[in-house]
Design a protein around this ligand. Structure first.
Ligand code: ZN
Length: 305
């Protein structure tokens, strides 16, 4: 059975699934200085392939059941800002190969899902975004699908205009889609957005535009741990699909140094994870600043029952 189908069976049965943690910040923590622009971790796939493969390996060894390709920032639109657009095909294919190789080394092809990450473009105004963004998402998602990913994760989406375009592109692959929404507390109000960039739309708005039958789960991700529980409560009242959480473990400044936030060491992160599970989350992992140790603490705990 395809590992993504096994994962889906677990979710359908209400079981807890633990996924990987941060990749970009982990590359940085292991000593590689990342680009400061939007393509920050893209170049690592070709410049430091062993390092990226090792990070996937360490998440597998920590017990993650899903690993995510290092492709959050490798769409053509983002790569061209760093003069790398001609390598769009190569960088994306390579990232899938690195995740597949890590899995193969542990003969885990049947049990570990390789998910292809697509990051939100967040460019243009909602009125003019659709055609450009669609072409961009479509190219990247097709490369990832052809290279063999078993699931698509749309990450850090904060605008329904982007989300609609990305879902349309991802649906064309025929693969299952998980949606990662980022949320913030903006003047006491829960909104889609990231720190400093509230977008004025709600989680319910995002769920409403995600009607593709290929959409199989919604996650609150790249959001502060203390906002994530409230976001999950809103999410659970907006959808009957499985929901999940993978929060920040750190502040992500322009240099992505992965400095831990107070209170998000692995043990404290586990306590947050318990809270998220109590809010209905059945998918749990980590985003920026979380490490294989965070995932190891989750898998060694009793959260999976
Ligand atoms: Zn993140």
């Amino acid at each position: 059975m395809n590992p993504a189908d096994s994962l889906q069976e677990k979710l359908d049965a209400g079981k807890i699934v633990i996924i990987d943690g941060g990749t970009g910040t982990e590359i940085s923590r292991r000593g590689v200085t990342l680009e400061t622009g939007r393509s920050w971790s893209a170049n690592a796939n070709i410049a430091f392939p062993d390092l990226v493969r090792d990070i996937h390996r360490d998440y597998i060894l920590a017990g993650a059941e899903l690993i995510t390709t290092n492709t959050f920032s490798t769409s053509r639109d983002i790569l061209q800002r760093e003069g790398l657009s001609e390598q769009t095909d190569h960088i994306n294919k390579q990232s899938v190969t690195l995740a597949m190789d890590a899995r193969k080394r542990y003969a885990a092809e049947a049990t570990i899902t390789v998910a292809g990450s697509i990051g939100a473009a967040n460019t243009g105004t909602p009125e003019i975004i659709h055609s450009d963004a669609l072409a961009n998402y479509r190219e990247q998602v097709q490369i990832l699908a052809e290279a063999g990913v078993e699931l698509i994760i749309l990450e850090m989406f904060t605008r329904t205009a982007d989300l609609k375009a990305a879902i349309e592109a991802a649906t064309e692959t025929g693969l299952s889609i998980w949606i990662g929404l980022s949320c913030i507390d903006h003047n006491g109000q829960l909104e889609l957005g990231i720190r400093g960039y509230p977008q004025g739309e709600s989680i319910a708005d995002a769920v409403m535009v995600s009607s593709s039958p290929h959409v199989k789960a919604f996650c609150i991700m790249h959001s502060p741990p203390n906002v994530t529980s409230a976001a999950l409560q809103e999410l659970s009242s907006s959808t009957s699909l499985p929901i999940g959480a993978y929060a920040h473990g750190s502040v992500t400044g322009s240099r992505l140094v992965g400095q831990p936030l107070d209170g998000t060491d692995p043990q404290t992160y586990l306590e947050y994870a318990r809270e998220w599970i109590a809010c209905g989350a059945t998918i749990v992992g980590g985003c920026c600043g979380t490490t294989p140790e965070h995932i190891q603490v989750l898998t060694a705990s009793d959260v999976r029952g």
